[in-house]
Design a protein around this ligand. Structure first.
Ligand SMILES: [Zn+2]
Length: 162
């Protein structure tokens, strides 16, 4: 839940003071993330995709020599292929510790892949990411605590489970 700060006008000149926060807890809280312990059973897919250096949208690979053109209709930026940034992500199968029949397909992006390497007690810099180094991170992992988005199944946080 995000907290919004409320401001009210005050009599004492132009200073801004926060209003009294709402004390009542909202009765209908819809969970959007799941926080659970378990094991990464295996790696389904490790993929790199190009992203536009100007608008950060994903770019589909083309067979144009030397450059790629952004497919975002508002952008169409043409960038050097050699300077195009590869963005890695991995799809893995996760087994919930409390419910072993409950396998979930989770997606890790670069930030959570490198974080998981830290959780394993090693380190992996963003520029060291390759298909095999990423797979190794998942095979080395043991019990982990993950927080993932229930709708997109994207892992937002990972830490060591005790
Ligand atoms: Zn673009």
């Amino acid at each position: 839940m995000t907290h919004e700060m409320c401001f009210s006008t005050s009599d004492s000149g132009s200073s801004i003071q926060p209003a009294t926060p709402f004390e009542e807890v909202l009765s209908v809280a819809v969970a959007t993330t799941e926080n659970t312990c378990g094991e990464i059973v295996g790696v389904e897919k490790v993929t790199a995709c190009l992203s536009c250096r100007k608008c950060c949208e994903k770019i589909d690979a083309t067979d144009q020599p030397g450059f790629v053109e952004c497919t975002n209709s508002k952008c169409h930026f043409k960038q050097k292929l050699t300077l195009s940034k590869n963005e890695w992500y991995a799809q893995v199968l996760f087994e919930n510790q409390d419910n072993k029949c409950n396998l979930v397909n989770l997606t890790f992006f670069e930030d959570t892949i490198t974080k998981l390497a830290e959780v394993n007690g090693s380190s992996l810099a963003i520029d060291e990411l390759t298909q095999s180094s990423i797979e190794a991170v998942f095979y080395e992992s043991s019990n982990v605590l993950v927080t993932y988005d229930l709708r997109t199944k994207v892992v937002e946080r990972t830490e060591l489970a005790w």
